[in-house]
Design a protein around this ligand. Structure first.
Ligand code: LLP
Length: 441
């Protein structure tokens, strides 16, 4: 008995043999038979030390290629919002497609540059740029500082003056538009800290005209993230942007770049049904609603929509516990690996990959799926219906390529979950069976 309780192998062996002998795939089992991976791949993933972030490189490339083709059709320039995922392999591919980079810190600027984005295609936003960060970006000669306050424009102008340089500047405007998304990822309302609001427009135009060491190139907007009412919200944004661009031009400034920000949402409920975000609707809505001259460039800054669906956080069931009123699955990945559920109450689809290999599921159960961290908010999902799950099962937390690894922490002194790529699984660290001190085969 003690062997069964302590060891992953026997328990899972028993489940798998039971399913081999009595198994017939039932209707219900096909519902839970996940579509993301084939059985061979699941077997290979099962030998890797968890938790880890798995990147489906084929889906990633198809997503970027789709965005690239559609953007070209609509003459829209794409700057990837680096904050969503800073993994070098992803950035190198995105930069190779000719995209620019949207950064929000000095280190992101330097990293994007190292990953192949030319300085002339890097824009730098953020309400709080330090002097050091401004200096480094200035020296690099980036495409634009997206300035978020009058004082920032003043400081950049002064620093450019002192170092005998000229800074390209775009101004981030707060258009006061409701993106109809989670309040923590809404950025375009007057109550938010981002951008410059209408009451300062005249002062802003005056400062831009008087600042001799900056080169004003355009206006920047970003109203929020995970926007799913795509046509409605982005049409509204474009109409408001048209009014603001016209105001600046009437007042003597040439707006060459119109940057509409990011925000395109992805399908967290059903990533297999909609693996690639709806770039078509996004770009068409922009084309149909933005007023632009031939000499004006239109930019967008997608982050999530390029990288969310190709990423999966892989975790293992450590323990199954019956509480007074519910069953808990305790996983080895926690809020330190992915903070979105704890921070935003975000939903991520969770699948039991090991159970999907069993042809017979004895039963399905509702579980509260939780992490190991000493916080009550470390919950992956409450009351999730899953096939009977046992210690050692490999679980997939889906759609975690964006704002997953980048927001991870070492809380509780946990190790950071590494990246594993679908096209180089052999490079991943093997899971160890600590009872036999051999690799888990
Ligand atoms: N441009 C700017 C200026 C931004 O602030 C952002 C995201 C983007 C572009 C990219 O937006 P996206 O296409 O990814 O929606 N941690 C949150 C999301 C925060 C988004 C911050 N800004 C989450 O996990 O949902």
């Amino acid at each position: 008995m003690s062997y069964i309780l302590r060891n992953y192998g026997f328990f899972r062996y028993f489940c798998n043999r039971f399913s081999d002998i009595f198994g017939k795939r039932t209707e219900l089992s096909t519902i839970y038979y996940q579509k993301m991976l084939d059985i061979n791949t699941i077997e290979k993933l099962d030998k890797i030390a968890t938790p880890f972030y798995y990147y489906d490189m084929d889906l990633f490339r198809r997503t970027v290629d789709t965005a690239s083709e559609l953007a070209q059709q609509h003459s829209i320039m794409v700057h990837y919002a680096v904050k969503a995922n800073v993994e070098r392999r992803l950035l190198e591919y995105i930069s190779s497609k000719g995209f620019g980079a949207d950064c929000v810190s000095g280190n992101e600027v330097l990293h994007a540059h190292e990953c192949g984005f030319p300085a002339g295609k890097i824009v730098y936003a953020g309400v709080g740029k330090s002097d050091k960060e401004i200096y480094n970006a200035l020296k690099l000669g980036i495409e634009a500082f997206n300035c978020e306050s009058l004082q920032e424009i003043y400081v950049i102008n002064e620093m450019a003056h002192v170092h005998g340089l000229k800074a390209n500047v775009s101004v981030r405007i707060n258009p006061d538009i409701d993106a109809h998304t989670h309040k923590y990822v809404t950025t375009g309302l007057y109550e938010n800290k981002f951008g410059i609001s209408q009451h300062e427009f005249d002062k802003l135009i005056d400062i831009l005209k008087k600042s001799e060491h900056i080169n004003f190139i355009g206006l920047h907007f970003h109203i929020g993230s995970q926007i799913t009412r795509v046509d409605e919200v982005f049409a509204l944004e474009c109409r408001r942007v048209n009014e603001i661009v016209a105001y600046f031009e009437r007042n003597g400034l040439t707006v060459s770049n119109i940057n509409l920000g990011g925000g395109l949402g992805v399908d967290y409920d059903d990533p297999d049904e909609n693996p690639i975000a709806d770039f078509g609707t996004w770009f068409r809505t922009i084309s149909e609603n933005i007023v632009r001259r031939d000499d004006q460039k239109v930019h967008v800054e997608p982050g999530r929509s390029l990288v969310a669906q190709c990423g999966t956080l892989m975790s293992r069931v450590l323990f199954v516990k019956s509480g007074e009123t519910k069953n808990f699955l305790i996983m080895d990945a926690g809020m330190n690996d992915l903070i979105r559920p704890a921070l935003y109450g975000a939903y991520h689809k969770i699948e039991n990959l090991s159970a999907s290999q069993r042809t017979f599921y004895p039963t399905h159960q509702a579980y509260d799926i939780v992490g190991p961290v000493c916080e009550s908010s470390d919950v992956w999902g409450a009351g999730r219906l899953l096939p009977l799950s046992v210690r050692g099962d490999l679980m997939a937390i889906r759609s975690t390529g964006a704002y997953g690894q980048v927001m991870a922490s070492r809380y509780n002194m946990k190790d950071l979950a590494p990246s594993v790529f679908s096209d180089s699984l052999e490079d991943a660290a093997e899971a160890v069976d600590y009872f036999t001190l051999s690799s888990r085969a």
